[in-house]
Design a protein around this ligand. Sequence first.
Ligand code: PGU
Length: 409
Amino acid sequence: MIPRNPHIANLSSGYLFPEISKRRNAFAKEHPEAKIISLGIGNTTEPLTAHVVEGLSSEVAALGTPAGYSGYGEDLGLTALRERIASAVYGGIVSPEEVFISDGAKCDIGRFQWLFGAGAAVAVQDPAYPVYVDGSVMIGAAGKTKADGSGYEGIAYMPCTAENGFFPDLSLIPRNGLVYFCSPNNPTGAVATKAQLKSLVDTAREKGCVILFDAAYSAYIRDPELPRSIFEIEGSRSCAIEINSFSKPIGFTGVRLGWSVVPKELAFADGTPVMKDWTRLMTTVFNGASNIAQKGGLASLDETGLAETRALTDYYLENARLIREALSLPNFAAAGVELYGGYNAPYIWARFPGRKSWDVFDRILRECHVVCTPGAGFGPAGESFIRFSSFGHREQVAEACARLGKLSL
Ligand code: PGU
């Protein structure tokens, strides 16, 4: 028989979110009467907005006509969409040829891992979105599992804790490596300042690294002082790639649309532009994002669409405020629970001192019938934390908050 891919066999556990679903489903089977509410996976819940639906449906209608039908589209995405992203999202600091349209940020992360290959050293914030580490394991870039089970030998984990303000010690970054950095952060909700990102960029340049900057939550930033893109930082064009998505700003988690920015200046050690190899990879193993999705994305970036995005992200930010309020109630305060995030970001990161994340997860599920995400699932430094997602219908979030207020700790 065909041998199993040893890199995939090297994964130490299942992917976090299906693991959580498994526990939720087992509980639901035991307690069919329980009305479970999810503050777990960061999945949008509110309907697509009117103007974006118009954009999507006008393309569907056009596809049903001889004049409007199109098959495979432009290789790297609709020119109009690349132009709109460069102007509406980046205010012209990147050019349309540097914007590559995709079917989402997660898929692009996987393809970048393929692009850089097993040879590049890897550094991640700890805790981090699990795809950075798990995808690195799958391509053979992570080395063996550590003896104590706390991660992989070949990955530089950079703890982001309350003590360091959730910004890592940059001396942990290896030379000539790929550095994953997410801001606004999943799961901590921390947003890096301009000064912090400048130090990251300076370190990356000095060490010959590439920063894979995941800005999937940039639309949640309200503080005008906080950077929304790595390309606002001087020097970033020669050391950074930005990944972004329509999922969290405008509810495209199911529609599927994203983009990455690869600057012209960014090059490998032998001088080859990264953009050249990325174009080669994308045109070989990806056949473009859906033309329907791209028209919806285009609508979301005109004046009306941007106003709708603002209203939608405001809605989830208000949920975040309600969750923070609930987690500040006396039962949490008495247990010494510390709260982080939830401002300029849709996640609240709560620390339960002296507790294990999965134990707290189980208790919240059993007592409150609320699903959350155990911090330990994001890396060793996530132990004792719980991530609460603000993606939910308001009445469900309010109900979950009321139940949390009665949790015994
Ligand atoms: N990047 C970050 C930092 C994310 O948190 C997520 C989704 C993505 C990328 C994925 O973006 P797409 O454009 O939709 O592909 N994180 C969610 C969903 C879980 C998952 O497996 O993607 C979360 O709950 O963490």
